[in-house]
Design a binder for this molecule. Structure first.
Ligand SMILES: [Zn+2]
Ligand SMILES: [Zn+2]
Ligand SMILES: [Zn+2]
Length: 527
């Protein structure tokens, strides 16, 4: 109880670092008194709540972690009073599913800031942490759990207008959906009765089924890729139609491999897909041949290597056939995949209707099979004097021309600011993946360059590859931070920090689960 005789709640903000945040506007910061509103019952007895952490800080909204006198942790969300009331109203409507689909709500507190303006906060149960990964990377079981909670919300008559990863909390294997500021009434009331958890094994949804009659729920399920529509997801990146030649999704998931890495050639998406499919076909062949899955899992790298090797040799062999045809005096005018026959790993080029004499005779003597490791062809070399052969090789992307594939999917120009290829392959990081912000391919390329450049600089001043590997997450974080800082905003791990880089204190770094031994490196970059 404060000296003014106030009998409401006292929120103690003094443990927070001296950064700008919404509640600082309250009149007697670092302690402020707030009382429960009359509209909603408050389910905590009056006491002092110590605020220990800022969980989220945005332009209008700040979310704090508080601790009650009995040790219970609560989350306090400060934002515009109208929004707080709207959200409290939504939670009121969802009274029956508080504690199962949405967090339990203690109520709303009101106070005044220094200028007499109204301040309000919603006080709720602390539940887990925001989901820091994309929905599509969750297991089907987990997708079902989240979707069934959305359905429960719909059945209370509300429609979440901002359903996204950042508004899902995870704790252990359970979830809660939050942020109902902009929730709207569900009109007409939801008639969806399909239970996702009962359909985890389904490939597809039956669109005609009367129980799937809610456009919003269905589009969320599609967005989360709940149904696979007869497709397999290979290596978390490539879709292929299901077939007898390919193993089941669960085997596929247990046999993930790095297609297109640790190899010198660059793969374009179509080729990566072909090699990936071949890899899983080989897995399926071996499974059908009786090889146990555990053994195959151990041989993953080996099988990946074999599939690659075969693919490269095929290309070189095919080009050698073309060279032979040229030396025999023939120029093929319609070279395309449909005109190549393959049998037992050997090739025949067909459709010789489109052939004319090679005039003057071909002077090409470059042997493709001897140049599998080359990045580029020497254009001035006397061995490559045939425009036609050269353009075929280009079409087949035999040379990589100084681009390098990083992090599985990004092609970036080679440069001496970047580490050698094999080091980059050892330091793969999910750039922009598992983040709640959307990154376009070009953004991800820039971040990847930032990431590898930073690491290479450090390695040249003594950091070992092992150390670099250990600090992969940290460098990823730094690369992101630097990239966003250049855009006057810092999105880190799905949280929006508007506090400025100079204020990224150890406290925040702890919150972001960055290991202590990173602080030295941190200083190196930002002090
Ligand atoms: Zn609905
Ligand atoms: Zn390869
Ligand atoms: Zn030629």
């Amino acid at each position: 109880m404060s000296s003014t005789g106030f009998t409401g709640f006292t929120l103690q903000f003094r443990d927070l670092p001296a950064v700008r945040h919404v509640a600082r506007r309250l009149h007697n910061f670092p302690d402020c008194d707030m009382g429960p509103g009359r509209k909603y019952k408050f389910h905590l007895h009056r006491q002092r709540i110590r605020i220990s952490e800022i969980l989220y800080s945005g332009k209008r909204t700040t979310v704090y972690l508080g601790r009650c006198t009995n040790g219970t942790e609560v989350v306090l969300k400060f934002t515009d009073p109208e929004d707080i009331l709207a959200e409290a109203g939504a939670y009121d409507v969802m009274a029956d599913i508080q504690g199962t689909a949405v967090p339990y709500i203690y109520g709303v507190l009101h106070g005044k800031d220094r200028k007499g303006g109204k301040m309000s906060c919603l006080v709720m149960e602390r539940f887990g942490t925001p989901l820091w990964r994309e929905f599509r990377t969750l297991t089907k079981q987990d997708k079902a759990k989240i979707l069934d909670k959305l359905v429960a919300i719909h059945h209370t008559g509300l429609h979440h207008m901002d359903f996204a990863e950042r508004n899902v909390l995870v704790e252990g294997d359970d979830y809660r959906i939050v942020d109902f500021e902009s929730a709207e009434e569900h009109e007409p009331s939801c008639s969806w009765t399909y239970k996702f958890i009962d359909h985890v094994d389904d490939d597809d949804v039956n669109d005609q089924d009367p129980c799937v009659d809610c456009y919003a729920v269905k589009s969320w399920a599609e967005q989360m890729e709940f149904w696979d529509h007869g497709r397999l997801l290979l290596c978390n990146a490539i879709f292929a139609p299901k077939s007898d030649k390919l193993p089941s999704q669960s085997v596929v998931d247990s046999m993930e491999t790095f297609i297109g890495l640790n190899m010198k050639t660059v793969y374009y998406p179509e080729e990566t897909k072909k090699i990936t499919v071949r890899y899983f076909e080989e897995v399926q062949r071996r499974l059908k041949g009786g090889q146990p899955l555990e053994e195959l899992q151990e041989q993953r790298d080996w099988i990946t290597y074999l599939v690659h090797k075969q693919w490269h040799e095929e290309r070189a062999k095919l080009l050698s056939k073309m060279v032979a045809a040229h030396h025999a005096g023939l120029l093929h005018l319609d070279f395309a995949e449909r005109n190549v026959l393959v049998k037992d790993g050997d090739y025949r080029i067909i459709d010789l209707v489109h052939v004319k004499p090679h005039d003057p005779p071909c002077t090409w003597t470059y042997d493709f099979e001897e140049h599998l490791e080359d990045e580029e062809v020497d254009d001035m070399g006397p061995t490559v004097q045939c425009r036609s052969l050269k353009s075929w090789a280009e079409q087949m992307q035999f040379w990589d021309h100084g681009v390098v594939l990083v992090c599985r999917t990004l092609l970036i120009p080679k440069s001496n600011r970047l580490p050698p290829r094999h080091i980059m392959d050892d330091l793969i990081t999910p750039i922009g993946v598992g983040q709640n912000s959307d990154y376009y391919v070009d953004d991800r390329k820039e971040i990847a360059v930032e990431y590898y450049t930073m690491i290479w600089e450090e390695m040249q001043s003594g950091m070992t590859l092992e150390e670099a590997k250990q600090h992969r997450n940290y460098f990823t974080y730094l690369a992101h931070t630097k990239w966003h800082a250049a855009r006057n905003e810092v999105y880190v791990l799905g949280l929006v920090w508007t506090i400025g880089l100079d204020r990224l204190t150890a406290n925040y770094l702890c919150h972001l689960e960055i290991p202590n031994d990173c602080f030295e490196l941190h200083k190196l970059y930002y002090t």
